[in-house]
Design a binder for this molecule. Structure first.
Ligand SMILES: Nc1ncnc2c1ncn2[C@@H]1O[C@H](COP(=O)(O)OP(=O)(O)OP(=O)(O)O)[C@@H](O)[C@H]1O
Ligand SMILES: [Mg+2]
Length: 243
């Protein structure tokens, strides 16, 4: 008996920007919004402060977030850092979901999937159609769009470089969520295009050798390693001081 061929996935619609603006940010991991006074939220503000201190002339910056292994907390860190950066008055922050292999920014934000980076790089969508607001003032995002046949080629293209240059004219910070460095070269390629890269490390879980290897891979591509973001650290909650 021959099996019926799987129908191709339905094409994604062009997203309605006003729809994503109305979706409240509720995910527990997005602590800068969901637990604004917590020690974990303060850690993302500290990371923000470090990035801002490295950029004393307040030039627009593109920053890649990656990790050695899957699931270390890249998407959580990217979104929390974006929310922390947007706490600076007048700051405009863009998150790009460039993890075309396992995207999750739309899921974390609770918004519908729509056309995004793939279509933008393919010349089928304009930046104005791709950029979607979030419920948080100052934070916008570009979703991954449909899964392209060759994600790595698309991300390594001249179009991607041009896109980053264009977006820096509209945003103070462009944060790029990427796949882990051990599986694909996407993050290293994007990090080399960006102004800097932050390595997300799940503390007490990622073997040190993998972290060292990730640093070497990024540096070999000429990326500017700005620092690390330690995830999953158990901290005493000292953010709220006793009266
Ligand atoms: N600080 C944290 N402490 C504990 N768990 C966390 C923390 N941050 C994220 N998580 C959990 O870890 C899992 C992976 O997080 P996240 O999706 O941010 O990782 P990722 O690196 O983007 O994954 P992927 O490689 O699949 O893109 C999620 O289930 C998330 O809820
Ligand atoms: Mg992710």
């Amino acid at each position: 008996m021959s099996s019926t061929p799987k129908p191709p996935p339905a094409p994604l619609p062009v997203a309605d920007p006003e729809a994503s603006r109305r979706v409240p940010i509720t995910r527990e991991e997005l602590v800068v919004v969901s637990a604004s006074g917590s020690q974990h939220a303060e850690q993302f503000r500290a990371l923000r402060n470090s990035l801002v201190a490295l950029n004393p002339d307040h030039a627009p910056r593109t920053v890649v977030l990656t990790s050695a292994l899957r699931g270390e907390g890249k998407t959580t860190a990217t979104l929390n850092l974006a929310f922390a950066l947007a706490e600076t008055p007048g700051a405009k922050v863009l998150v790009i979901d460039a993890n075309l292999h396992a995207p999750s920014v739309e899921e974390y934000l609770g918004v519908a999937r729509g056309q995004g980076l793939s279509e933008l790089l393919g010349g089928r969508l304009s930046p104005d159609q791709a950029i979607r607001p979030t419920a948080l003032n100052g934070v916008s995002f570009i979703g991954p769009g449909s899964t392209p046949a060759k994600p790595s080629e698309l991300l390594a293209s001249e179009r991607m470089k041009t896109l980053l240059r264009t977006l820096k004219q509209r945003f103070n910070y462009v944060l790029i969520d990427t796949p882990e460095t051990t599986t694909t070269s996407d993050a290293a390629v994007l990090a080399a295009m960006a102004d800097g890269v932050v390595l997300v490390v799940r503390i007490a879980s990622t073997p040190r050798g993998y972290v060292d290897q990730a640093c070497r891979t990024l540096e070999a591509m000429g990326a500017n390693l700005l620092g690390t973001c330690l995830m999953g650290a158990e901290l005493p909650d000292t953010a709220r001081r006793p009266r």
